[in-house]
Write a new protein. Structure first.
Length: 527
């Protein structure tokens, strides 16, 4: 195995080259590069002392906070593999992810400790180390230990003399597929390093930049923002949750140069009153993803923020991004080519895109097929799922599961999903998971779940329900049932009651027919 740049090498470089440079802030306290590196070293030592190094999986459950940076980089340094957990999931879903990954530890904020303990016998037996990020060190729950107290008792270890190769696992983030069961996408130091360099080629990050991360750091996109910032020697501002007015204040008052949002967040911010006194003098770029932006929203946002806009498209399986619709493309869109706003942009440097038919053969420009990609940013594979890996990584190409087309300039347009994924407010929602919950509801014969257009969220979840003969259920009852068994954001926002679901001759439910009435007047068939 040849030597390669490790992601934590960038942190160590800046800690040595410019130790007093600001690296991280939460708005109340700031940390220099030297301080963050020392913090990460202590995390690495604490994990190693508990035999949580060299490939051990470590679950992390927290809202955005500065600790994420130290936890990520501390794990990277000792070879542990973070398994970031979505705090919006149901506790039973956390249990599945911890069990599937084989996690030996979980590090969580205090607000989630009770929920994890509430799992009882369902709590993963393999988790033997439980650390609390915050709260009173003298009042931690039974079986848990205070992370700050643990770190205060360890001495940072010297940098290891061996060079871990670029093919070492970096993180394991979970995504889902048509089966509805989450799959752990494993990416390496080399793939993530390649992707951050690709993205910085299209959208440079300057050492003087101050980037706000409001998207959750359990997401690949937000984690990649963190890595880009530290690789460039810039500074990061974490925000625990998105609040439109507070976000606007931070951007202006704290001289933020860049941030990433979903269009629903941009829409919420531009609707705030009294923005005329804000100047946003330091803001250079707003990145968005998960769904397209409307021309009206973009024009209004440009008038208010007076900065460049860019959109990135990718998957957890591609480290973060495959394409970018850069600021120049947005300028073209507003100058008479509005169709470009429906595009995901063009391939990042070193990335190849193709659209293929059902036989895997490339199709002509403008013809819809499955989008496939190859490049240095692809995952190593799915954790313990060789068949799923073989189905997704074929002859060096990654099958995205998305249908779309390329135009003559190489701009990618998504037209539908070959998988039935719903993207609502930047969150991936998988219908099969909801359908299985609905199948257990008394009085329900069968159900299909689809995404329908939503002006605020891009897509919202709709359940199409067939009741048993003599069965009764209201829309509120169906939604409440789902909320009892799933994360709230996955529950349907509306319900249609049907006499039967449309099916093809082989019995497969025709979700395209269910979606068609709702998407008929939409220019882009993906929210």
């Amino acid at each position: 195995m040849s030597a390669a740049i490790r992601i934590h090498d960038y942190l160590e470089h800046w800690a040595q080259a410019d130790p007093a440079r600001r690296c991280l802030t939460d708005g109340e306290r700031s940390w220099t590069y030297a301080e963050v590196d020392d913090w990460a070293n202590r995390v690495a030592a604490a994990l190693a002392d508990r035999e949580l190094a060299d490939g051990a999986r470590v679950g992390i459950l927290a809202r955005n906070c500065p600790d994420w940076v130290a936890l990520y980089y501390g794990a990277f340094k000792c070879g542990a593999v973070p398994v970031p957990l979505n705090f919006r999931l149901h506790p039973s879903e956390w249990a599945y992810l911890l069990t599937d990954s084989g996690a030996a530890a979980v590090i969580a904020q205090e607000e989630f400790v009770g929920l994890l303990d509430g799992l009882g016998e369902a709590f993963p037996a393999g988790v033997t180390t439980k650390l609390v990020i915050d709260g009173d060190p003298d009042e931690v729950a039974e079986g848990w230990h205070s992370l700050p107290a643990v770190l205060a008792d360890v001495a940072p270890r010297p940098r290891p003399s061996d060079r871990r190769a670029g093919d070492q696992d970096l993180w394991q983030m979970y995504t889902s597929g048509t089966t509805g069961l989450p799959k752990g996408a494993v990416v390496t130091h080399a793939s993530v390093n390649a992707n951050q360099l690709q993205m910085r080629t299209s959208a440079p990050v300057l050492p003087s930049d101050h980037r706000l991360v409001v998207m959750p750091l359990y997401h690949a996109g937000a984690a990649m923002s963190m890595i880009q910032v530290i690789a460039a020697g810039a500074s990061l501002r974490t925000m625990a949750k998105f609040e439109p007015a507070e976000c606007v204040r931070v951007i202006d008052d704290e001289q933020v140069s860049h941030l990433s949002l979903v269009p629903a967040m941009i829409h919420a911010m531009i609707r705030l009153p009294d923005l005329t006194h804000r100047r946003f003098a330091s803001l250079r770029t707003i990145s968005y993803g998960a769904s397209p932006i409307t021309e009206d929203t973009l024009r209004t946002a440009l008038d208010i923020f007076n900065c460049g806009f860019q959109q990135a498209f990718g998957q957890t399986e591609t480290s973060a991004a495959l394409t970018m619709l850069d600021a120049r493309a947005h300028e073209r869109a507003l100058a008479g080519e509005p169709h470009l706003l429906r595009s995901c942009g063009r391939a990042l440097v070193g990335t190849e895109l193709a659209v293929v038919d059902t036989d895997g053969k490339p199709v002509d420009a403008g013809v819809v097929g499955e989008v496939v990609a190859r490049g240095p940013q692809m995952m190593r594979g799915y954790w313990n799922l060789p068949d799923a890996t073989a189905e997704t990584l074929v002859d060096g190409w990654l099958r995205t599961g998305d249908a779309g087309y390329l135009d003559e300039e190489g701009f990618l347009y998504l037209s539908d999903r070959m998988k039935d994924l719903i993207v609502s407010g930047g969150e991936n929602i998988y219908p099969r998971e909801i359908e299985e919950i609905l199948a257990r509801m008394p009085g329900v014969s069968e159900a299909a779940v689809i995404g329908v257009p939503d002006a605020r969220w891009g897509e919202s979840v709709k359940a199409c329900v067939v009741l048993e003969t003599g069965g009764t259920a209201s829309e509120d009852a169906v939604i409440s049932w789902c909320r009892e068994h799933l994360a709230t954001y996955k529950a349907p926002r509306s319900v249609d009651f049907l006499e039967a679901l449309p099916r093809n001759p082989s019995g497969k439910v025709l979700k395209r027919e269910l979606r068609a009435p709702y998407w008929a007047d939409q220019a882009r068939q993906v929210g």
